[in-house]
Design a protein around this ligand. Structure first.
Ligand code: SAM
Length: 311
């Protein structure tokens, strides 16, 4: 049976503007530092889907991010704390790209952290430690070992990003740097007629809203980081698109959709997944030369004030 989604009947909601989204996303009263979507990542199939997604994301996005990090002085750090390592795909990539920097991963979810052991060629300057920053004390073995911290795709997955940022501020030495990389679904756009991407976008919005995390965090980063006590050094917005991202763009979107489906099967149907996969597959050649979608990245660096200096 051919799978298709009819554009005229497509119910993909613009959840971003809906009451439900505003209620969940606007709820700043949540006292728990929960991990939102990633709180439930435990069963083997979901762990595998996450690992695939994080691997694809690293391959598709990592090169440009590393160039940006390099231009902002990342390579000059003596040690970097990577908060939210998951299975260590991105941390391993960074450690290979910056072989003179010790990268100390810190991951709250032990099931994800354990998958790191399966990365055969893990670089020697990268290890993952267990801990939830903002709730647990920093492992004592990490004290004094780093002067910078990176958070990539972490703040969008927690219910209280301000708490995480304050905790990062506390563990950094004065003058320490923070590097933050996030997305913002406001800028995840597509043509009306390009259905596979619309399915992914809609699933993304629904799952984010339902898990009580903020999919629109990118544009809010400067205010959040400043409130945690940092001085902003740079804030860059990069709008990428399906053509320059090449075939990896479809792989990225499909693997994100599989994660959403497995995370919230009540919100994302199997039919939607199969239709989107078939749609990406059949338009593989086409979507590498027609501009049909944008993908946003928000990149910020900031510094913890040296004590005693008033600005
Ligand atoms: C989407 S993954 C990103 C992994 C990696 N940074 C990357 O870019 O591939 C986010 C990870 O952050 C972890 N995390 C969220 N809050 C955390 C906290 N407070 N302390 C440590 N890890 C946290 C989650 O468990 C999850 O594994």
């Amino acid at each position: 049976m051919a799978l298709s989604i009819d554009a005229t009947n497509w119910q993909g909601s613009s959840l971003i503007e809906s009451d439900m989204a505003m209620h969940v996303l606007g709820d700043t009263g949540n006292p728990q530092l929960s991990l939102g979507t990633m709180n439930v990542v435990e069963e083997e199939e979901l762990l595998q889907e996450w690992d695939t997604l994080l691997n694809v994301q690293t391959q598709v996005l990592g090169g440009r991010e590393a160039a940006w990090l390099e231009s902002k002085g990342f390579g000059a750090s003596r040690g970097v704390l990577e908060v939210g390592s998951a299975s260590g795909r991105y941390g391993s990539f960074l450690a290979r790209g910056f072989p003179h920097v010790d990268i100390f991963g810190l991951e709250a979810n032990p099931h994800l952290a354990r998958r790191f052991d399966r990365i055969a060629d893990a670089p020697p300057n990268y290890r993952i430690h267990l801990g939830k920053i903002g709730e647990d004390p920093l492992p004592t073995t990490l004290e004094g070992r780093f002067d910078a911290c990176i958070l990539r795709f972490v703040l969008q997955h927690v219910s209280n990003p301000a708490c995480v940022l304050r905790a990062v501020h506390d563990v950094l030495p004065p003058g320490g740097k923070i590097y933050v990389i996030e997305e913002d679904l406001t800028f995840l756009t597509t043509r009306q007629d390009w259905l596979p991407f619309r399915v992914v976008r809609d699933a993304w919005l629904k799952v984010t809203a339902a898990s009580g995390t903020d999919g629109l965090i990118g544009a809010k980063l400067p205010a959040l980081v400043q409130e945690a006590g940092f001085v902003i050094d740079d804030f860059d917005i990069t709008l990428r698109n399906n053509v320059e991202m090449g075939a990896g763009f479809g792989d990225f979107m499909v693997s994100a959709l599989r994660v959403f489906r497995r995370t919230m099967p009540d919100l994302v149907t199997d039919h939607e997944v199969r239709a989107a996969v078939a749609g990406f597959e059949s338009s593989r050649a086409d979507h590498t030369n027609r501009h049909v979608a944008t993908y946003p990245q928000f990149l910020l660096t900031a510094t913890k004030k040296a004590s005693g200096i008033s600005l």
